[in-house]
Design a protein around this ligand. Sequence first.
Ligand code: PMT
Length: 218
Amino acid sequence: MSATLAGVRIVVSAGPTYEDIDPARFLGNRSSGKMGFAIAAEAAARGADVVLVAGPVHLETPAGVARSNVRSAAQMHAAVLAALPCAVYIGAAAVADFTPRACSPGKIKKQPGQDTLVLELVQTRDILAEVAAHAQRPRLVVGFAAETDNVAGYARGKLERKRLDMICANRVGVAGCGFESDDNALLVIDATGERALGPAPKCELAGLLLDLIKERLA
Ligand code: PMT
């Protein structure tokens, strides 16, 4: 019997962000939203009051979940902060770290003899770090870390630097886990230690992660 989360308000971010270059093009990433949507679905099934802030993905809204659709990192930042206060924030979205300084109003055209195009990118705001530092800080701030190498090391760094309660590290860039796949494997790190979850379907991992979150809320 899974742990109930009745009455617990949980905000989950999921999916990629798209950073527009011009009306025809954007910078995006390979997040499908499956991991975040699985967490939102399982939390709602356990009775939580769930807000899902979703980047551009082709997934159905899970039953009982209030969904807020966004496109860019700036829009995701605004939607997540507007959803506070909550008891738990889970940042499963793959938010762009950089966005074009300006979006060209017209389609950028190739010029004769032009071999390269230089785009100036500026850093986006770190939603997770801002939630963790917010006056209405959730009781639990849970981040994800998507890494191709030194997965645990980089994740520990993010846990400390962003002042999180818990981080879920996962490998990306290989088949069968991370982006797009139906399955994943998580290394969950918090002040009490580390727990390996999976490999397993993302919906199963969502349940195991919510069990840990419920323990931490007790
Ligand atoms: O969507 P799927 O296809 O199912 O894939 C799942 C996933 C691989 C996207 C997911 O499991 C995952 O790892 N999500 C986090 C991806 C990511 O952007 O990781 P990061 O290491 O770059 O960012 C660290 C954390 O900071 C994340 O919680 C991210 O949401 C957050 N962040 C990052 C930048 C930013 N500007 N604001 C943020 O809040």
